[in-house]
Design a protein around this ligand. Structure first.
Ligand SMILES: Cc1cc2nc3c(=O)[nH]c(=O)nc-3n(C[C@H](O)[C@H](O)[C@H](O)COP(=O)(O)OP(=O)(O)OC[C@H]3O[C@@H](n4cnc5c(N)ncnc54)[C@H](O)[C@@H]3O)c2cc1C
Ligand code: FES
Ligand code: FES
Length: 1339
């Protein structure tokens, strides 16, 4: 039924990259992202999450406002923009600003040349955020730049190189100029010169950059201007398959529509309605888009404040308030300032650009950052419905909590009046979030107090909180009770008591609730201090103000443009200029990443008659499948078939050990998220819609084992358990001066590669051949699994990998299972099948880093020497073995980190649980086991009364010592890294400064820590490190290189081309790499374990040397000839111009029976020093500075290697301080996207960030004396963990709290707050009541 008043649907007219689009069948459910990618084949704009949380889909939207004759350019998340909202707009995508075919844009060029892309998947989004900023501000300030990137996530780079590129556009100088000579404080080139080789601190040269010329940009289409100016505005209707979109132009019309369709939401930014439809299954047959109605966009200054239209975007609100604050006297702008405080970090810029003020208010979400402030400030809502207009205080909409119906369904919000503040009135805003920027609040608040004239007697008080219950809540009773009271300590004490009774009923208990309650009172306390301080400023004689050491807590942490330096050794002065080894060469795909031309799986053009696959997963952790009812699903539009275990022609269960890896669940499910069946349909939308209709009946099976504790209780383990022992542990404990025991829990980690798992399986129509295009680190393994599933020989399955949008260990076995699912479907339907996991499914299904419990007992002498260690590690393997036993073994072998422990016993147990199976992840067990080690090192320090760095030094490996499995170790470079890091970080001076700061500041504390690292390199067995390469030289002299390594951002192809260039003595530009494929290199090992460059480099070198040997006689005969002459001659002499190269692998071994061996070939060393500042009242923290020194031998490409170190470090910071997976007590993962699971963003990287590569280091075991570097840096992220611990220790020492305390990982704001115990936390100490069920379990 067409909605009332609907005429025929219209044509949607808009522009994309200067091209006019007329869409006759615009579907309101179609988001711009899928339209660009599928319809227009503009695949530069990427899918990363679909919910506005990652920025991968950023585009620029431009609109023309005829009344103002102004064009507005703004960035937006294409995944949340309905195409119907684009009528008359111009969209610019990454393809529109530059390409290798025409001219690349300076933003694209600089991002690539500054090494700002690794896997490249986030890069187009980054480009578009920067580009949009530059369109509006060609010379932006650095804080504008930082703000522009707050909504863009990158999982690879650690952001530093991206920001380096950004700085080249900023008007401030790149360097901090803090030194007396005007140089950057971090620039240490001078200190280091005079050594044998020059030390470099620049990874790129700005001289090469084209200038930014704003006159060259794509213009706003004149036709759209004409349309806006001359065409009368009429109501627009767009009708899709299921939904109708109506966009009226007058208020009356809107009110009529709302009366006719009271249930239809008003959609402005779609940032609330959109995610609800996508992720919560809400559906609206009719939506009304009011953005074109002038009444909803008013901006009116009145005598007593400001009236803003409900459809004003939050960015516009921010701009208007900023202007007002600069124009009005301070006394009048306190409400504006409080709102700005929230708007600064609310969402990312892309969200603020589209999200509307009205939407934020009316959706009444508990997480609205504006509502508490607006409500506390007596803002007024102007409402209208047909025949009725009224004004109500905004606070009214929260009076009865969630079910409030103050605004009737027919009513709309026209505008909001924000009053000026008055004399004697103070307004503040607070928010605490899991990540400082672009994260929804845990608790927020708006508070306002008005005093009787010239007194501190409360005349009016208003306190609102968000995050506490399901909507904003007012502490009304509290406020009323406190009226008439003086603003003093007695009032404060009373206020705490009242607020807590009023806001959270005492029976609701759990640690999260305790944290929320603590924040609730802490915020009021900060407000109390702020107001006291303001009273003092007003009248210092009457009001004493707050103690000096309290003042710093009034300043929030702000994100500043980080200063950074990278130090590396230049190549030998005699090295040929053409030889690229050792030089900071740009990633071979860098420019293509930045232009969006780099092709990932879902960017591949559709194959004829291609089908799309959506998986149906188990909703139970352990259950028998009673029935699967597909009847409803099969009736859905576009559905082609449903694939189950019965369609697998051969292997469904893969036995790599006693328990199988499973493609489709057979009779039983063993975790939530296990694949039960899959729907294939003619579009991804149809496949997903139908998948939701498959009904599965379960019969729950016992036991349901989710946590490590559950597994221990049920004796549920994967075998074998492993043990290593050296010395006589029991005897050593007897002679030790002290013994400590403890435990640490380390949470898991989601890979969060930006490109989700992706496969395209294409049956070739004959001989059961199938092409499998797949995003994997291990094509040979995918080939093997697909072949086994289909029951065909491996020679029929061709796996192709061009590049991978991030992997980090997560695209090995899991990808194999998914590829089998797609291949089975392709085989059954005889059609090409595309499987691209949504972010939510990816996080749910694929598992990640193993949660870990380390239990330790340590015996040590009073002087800090550790004599004995006895540890047990329990790792949560999940429901199938995957590589968990190997991870456990590696964690055991690497657990000593940098320390010689003479008597050591260590066990590992892999727990078999009903969670999605965990798998390989950068560091492979080391980041967990070494964190346990560093934890007991710190605990020893506490007990011995020595500093952690002293304990580290005393116990660090010395020359001629052996590891706990009797492998000899040369630790000189470990000690050099440690000493250099000490020196570069000026550790002792800064430690003194930290102590001083802590004496002077009560509620803010700093902490500093330095951590050494020994990262053993090796895969344990020779065959796992074999590698092959294939090099063809064509008669025109060009070279096609291939090897078994996969490019996933680590720059392997760039390095391999560097190797071939050196070996063949030809420029890199003559060498091309096309794809990794099982057809060219058979049986290649996984690109994993930091080994890619080492082993493939050897193979490439071997192949090139073979070719060169063949060419040598020709070259000798014609020494003056060119490369092309020699190749031509070789061809004419029938000399083969194609060669394979091979590397047999490292001779590594480990005898687990004896507990000894040589499982590693060499060691990578490093040290990192980090400094942090914490807010003891909120648990918030800021990373102030990190200095890293790494021994990576002779770097083949310092830009790539430093990028790996920084990227891994930031991923480690995520692991240890913020990334928290949350499971329900039923085993359901709740954190299924960037809005719930926070990986580090730009705001999380250290303000000062320095990475130095240890000079004069050689490695005889790897190509060109380099070292494999992919994983090691991750562990160094724990220096931030220990710096936080140091800050907490300082708090606890000052307050006389227990010296020994346990901290788990991730060390989130909640834990920091709880560890900084004070009167507030004391008040909340509710303890978990026996009857309460926690919302989240620790697995
Ligand atoms: C990634 C992401 C991060 C975010 N981070 C934050 C954050 O940190 N803090 C925060 O506070 N919010 C945050 N948000 C929420 C965001 O601010 C709100 O979703 C947004 O303000 C809603 O505005 P909208 O125009 O997009 O609403 P829409 O989705 O278009 O509509 C929302 C609802 O409001 C109703 N509505 C809209 N306008 C009117 C009107 N004039 N009259 C009556 N009803 C109306 C609609 O009927 C609909 O039900 C985030 C959202 C996303 C997606
Ligand atoms: S895909 Fe749009 S923000 Fe992530
Ligand atoms: S380069 Fe940013 S996600 Fe890979």
């Amino acid at each position: 039924m067409p909605p009332q008043g609907a005429a025929g649907a219209q044509e949607l007219v808009f522009y994309v990259n200067g091209r006019k689009i007329i869409e006759k069948n615009a579907d309101p459910e179609q988001m711009l992202l899928s339209y660009l990618r599928k319809r227009l084949r503009l695949t530069g704009t990427k899918y990363g999450c679909g919910g506005g949380g990652c920025g991968a889909c950023t585009v620029m939207i431009s609109t023309y406002e005829p009344a103002l004759k102004k064009i507005r350019h703004y960035s937006a998340n294409a995944c949340l923009v309905s195409i119907c909202s684009l009528y008359g707009a111009a969209v610019t995508t990454v393809e529109g600003i530059g390409s290798t075919k025409t001219r690349i844009h300076p933003v694209q060029e600089r991002l690539a040349k500054c090494h700002g892309s690794q896997c490249g998947f986030c890069t187009p989004g980054m480009v578009m955020s920067i580009y949009t900023l530059l369109r509006n501000h060609p010379e932006p300030a650095s804080d504008q730049m930082i703000a522009a990137l707050a909504g863009n996530l990158c999982r690879c780079t650690g952001y530093r190189p991206i920001l380096d590129a950004c700085k080249t556009f900023c008007k401030e100088s790149i360097c901090c100029q803090r030194e007396a000579n005007g140089k950057c404080c971090l620039d240490q080139e001078d200190d280091l010169s005079g050594k044998e080789k020059k030390v470099f601190t620049r990874l790129f040269s700005t001289d090469e950059f084209q200038p930014l010329d704003p006159t060259q940009e794509l213009i706003f289409p004149p036709e759209l201007m004409r349309m806006a100016e001359s065409q009368p505005k009429t109501t627009l209707f767009f009708r899709g398959e299921r939904m109708t979109w109506i966009s009226p132009v007058t208020l009356d019309e809107l009110l009529d529509l709302k009366a006719a369709h009271p249930k239809a939401p008003l959609v402005v930014g779609n940032t609330s309605v959109g995610p609800e439809m996508k992720f919560k299954g809400t559906f609206h047959p009719v939506v009304i888009a009011p953005a074109r109605i002038p009444d909803l966009s008013v901006v009116k200054y009145t005598d007593d404040g400001l009236t803003l239209g409900a459809a004003c975007s939050l960015s516009l609100v921010k701009d208007i308030l900023t202007r007002a604050v600069s124009e009005f006297p301070e006394e009048k702008t306190k409400v504006f300032c409080a709102l700005l405080q929230q708007l600064r970090t609310l969402g990312g810029e892309q969200i603020r650009n589209v999200a509307s003020l009205g939407g934020n208010i009316v959706s009444r979400k508990s997480t609205s950052d504006l509502n508490p402030v607006l409500a506390a400030s007596n803002c007024v809502l102007h409402l209208a419905s047909r025949g009725r207009k009224r004004q109500i205080p905004l606070s009214d909409i929260f009076v009865d909590g969630v079910g409030n119906n103050t605004i009737s369904p027919e009513e709309i919000l026209v505008s909001v009046h924000i009053p000026h503040s008055r004399k004697g009135e103070y307004v503040s805003a607070f928010r605490q979030t899991p990540r400082r920027e672009n994260a929804l609040p845990i608790i927020n608040a708006g508070m306002r107090v008005l005093f009787e004239e010239d007194t501190d007697i409360i005349k009016d008080l208003s306190i609102f909180y968000g995050g506490a219950i399901s909507t904003t809540i007012c502490a009304k009773q509290t406020c009323q009770t406190l009226i008439g009271r003086h603003w003093n300590e007695q009032m404060l004490d009373e206020a705490y008591r009242l607020i807590l009774t009023e806001i959270l009923p005492p029976e609701s208990v759990s640690s999260e609730k305790d944290y929320k309650k603590t924040l609730i009172v802490s915020f009021f306390y900060i407000f109390f201090l702020e107001v006291l301080q303001s009273l003092n400023t007003m009248d210092p004689c009457q009001y004493p103000g707050i103690p000096l050491e309290y003042r710093s807590v009034l300043q929030d942490f702000k994100t500043k443009m980080p200063q950074s330096i990278q130090i590396y050794q230049d190549v030998d002065p005699g090295q040929c200029p053409q030889d690229p080894i050792g030089r900071p060469i740009m990633h071979q795909s860098g420019i293509k990443h930045a232009t969006g031309e780099a092709v990932y799986i879902d960017d591949l053009p559709s194959v004829e008659e291609e089908l799309f696959l959506a998986v149906v997963t188990s909703s139970r952790a352990h259950a028998k499948i009673v029935s699967i009812d597909t009847s409803e699903a099969l009736k859905e539009p576009g559905v082609f078939d449903i694939v189950t275990v019965h369609d697998v022609p051969a292997t469904n269960e893969f036995y790599y050990s006693d328990d199988p890896e499973i493609v489709f669940a057979r009779n039983e499910v063993i975790c939530v998220g296990q694949i039960v069946c899959a729907v294939v349909a003619n579009s991804d939308v149809h496949a997903k819609q139908a998948a939701a209709k498959v009904k599965i009946e379960y019969e729950v099976l016992e036991p349901v084992i989710l946590t490590i504790e559950d597994a221990i209780k049920h004796n549920s383990f994967f075998e074998p358990k492993r043990k290593l022992e050296i010395g006589n542990v029991d005897q050593a404990f007897e002679t030790a001066d002290n013994i400590i025991e403890g435990e640490i829990h380390i949470g898991g980690q989601e890979h969060f590669y930006m490109e989700t798992q992706s496969v395209l399986a294409v049956p070739k129509g004959e001989d059961k051949e199938m092409d499998v295009y797949v995003s994997t680190q291990h094509p040979a393994f995918i080939q093997e699994m697909v072949a086994a599933s289909l029951g065909v020989p491996a020679n029929r399955i061709m796996c192709h990998v061009k590049r991978v949008g991030g992997a980090f260990g997560g695209k090995l076995l899991k990808t194999g299972l998914l590829a089998s699912v797609a291949a089975v479907a392709a085989n059954k339907t005889n059609r090409a099948v595309r499987l691209i996991l949504s972010r939510g499914d990816d996080m749910l299904i694929t598992g990640g880093r193993h949660p870990f419990i380390g239990k330790y007992k340590v015996g040590f002498m009073n002087d800090g020497r550790i004599r004995a260690v006895d540890t047990k590690y329990y790792i949560n393997g999940g429901c199938t073995p995957d590589e968990s036993v190997l991870v456990a073994k590696v964690s055991l072998l690497k657990m000593d980190n940098a320390y010689k422990i003479p008597n050591l016993r260590c066990w590992t147990y892999v727990c078999k649980t009903n969670l999605p199976s965990n798998t390989a992840f950068r560091g492979f067990g080391f980041p967990q086991s070494a964190l346990v080690t560093e934890t007991w090192i710190t605990a020893v320090a506490d007990k011995a009364g020595l500093s952690p760095e002293k304990i580290r030094e005393i116990n660090m490996y010395k020359e001629n010592e052996e590891t706990h499995f009797k492998q000899k170790l040369e630790p000189q470079n470990l000690i050099r890294c440690w000493n250099e890091c000490m020196k570069k970080s000026a550790f002792y001076n800064r430690k003194r400064a930290v102590i001083e700061f802590n004496k002077e500041n009560y509620w803010k504390k700093k902490g500093i820590a330095i951590v050494p690292m020994k990262f053993p390199f090796g895969l344990g067995t020779r065959y796992l490190s074999q590698a092959a390469a294939l090099v063809h030289i064509y008669t025109d002299g060009s070279v096609l290189l291939t090897h078994g390594g996969v490019e996933m951002g680590q720059g392997i192809h760039t390095k391999m081309i560097q190797v071939a260039s050196r070996e063949l003595n030809i420029p890199m530009s003559c060498i091309h790499f096309c794809e990794t494929s099982t057809t060219t290199i058979p049986n290649a090992c996984a690109s994993a374990g930091s080994a890619g460059t080492d082993v493939n480099g050897m193979a490439v070198k071997d192949a090139c040397q073979t070719l060169l040997k063949r060419l040598q006689p020709i070259m000798n005969r014609n020494p003056k000839g060119t490369w092309n002459d020699w190749i031509k001659e070789a061809f004419e002499q029938s000399i083969s111009l194609s060669a394979t190269g091979y590397f047999r692998g490292y001779n590594e071994n480990m005898d687990w029976e004896k507990g000894e061996g040589k499982p590693f070939t060499y060691f990578i060393f490093g040290a990192a020093c980090s400094e942090v500042e914490i807010n003891c009242l909120t648990g918030d923290h800021k990373n102030l500075r990190t200095d890293i020194v790494m021994d990576i031998g002779c770097s083949i490409n310092p830009a790539v290697d430093i990028g790996q170190i920084e990227g891994a470090f930031v991923q480690g910071v995520g692991l240890y301080t913020m990334e928290e997976l949350k499971y329900s007590p039923e085993g359901v993962l709740w954190t299924r996207g960037p809005n719930q699971y926070k990986i580090p963003a730009v705001c999380d990287i250290p303000e000062h960030f320095s990475v130095s590569l240890l000079s004069s280091s050689q490695n005889p075991y790897a190509i060109y004396a380099s070292k494999g570097i992919g994983e090691a840096g991750l562990f160094l992220g724990c220096s931030v963990f220990f710096a936080l611990r140091d800050a907490i220790t300082s708090v606890r020492n000052e307050r006389g709290l227990k010296k020994t305390f346990a901290l788990n990982s991730p060390l989130t704001a909640e834990q920091i707050r709880a560890s900084c115990a004070d009167d507030f936390t004391e008040m909340m100490a509710s303890g978990e009541s026996a009857s309460s069920t926690p919302r989240v379990i620790s697995v």
